[in-house]
Design a protein around this ligand. Structure first.
Ligand SMILES: [Zn+2]
Length: 96
C-alpha cells in the first residue's frame, strides 16, 4: 500500500515509482510544485535582485561622481586633460 503524495490517501500502485493515487493527483501535484518552484525562484532571485539593483547601483553612481570630480580637480590643478580611463590607469599604478 502506498500513500499518495498529493491527497495522502492510500492506493495500490499500478506501476513502479508511482507516487500519486491517480492521474488527477499527479497533475495537481505537478501544478503545485510548479507554483512552489516559482515562489522559490521569486524569493531567491526577484527580491534580492531588486535590492541588489537598488543599493550598489546608487553607491556606484555616487562613487563614479566622486571620481569624476576628483579627475576634474586633478586636471585643473595640473593643467592635464586626463580621461576617466587615464585616471583609472594612474590610480592603478598609484600615480594619483
Ligand atoms: Zn491522490
Amino acid at each position: 500500500m502506498n500513500i499518495c503524495l498529493n491527497c495522502k490517501s492510500e492506493y495500490i500502485a499500478r506501476y513502479p515509482n508511482q507516487r500519486y493515487c491517480s492521474e488527477k493527483c499527479s497533475k495537481e501535484a505537478r501544478r503545485k510544485s510548479k507554483i512552489e518552484k516559482q515562489k522559490e525562484y521569486n524569493k531567491a532571485f526577484t527580491s534580492p535582485h531588486r535590492q541588489q539593483n537598488a543599493n550598489p547601483k546608487r553607491n556606484k553612481t555616487s562613487s563614479l561622481d566622486e571620481t569624476v570630480r576628483e579627475i576634474e580637480e586633478y586636471n585643473k590643478k595640473h593643467g592635464t586633460r586626463l580621461t576617466y580611463g587615464d585616471w583609472q590607469v594612474k590610480k592603478f599604478f598609484g600615480e594619483v
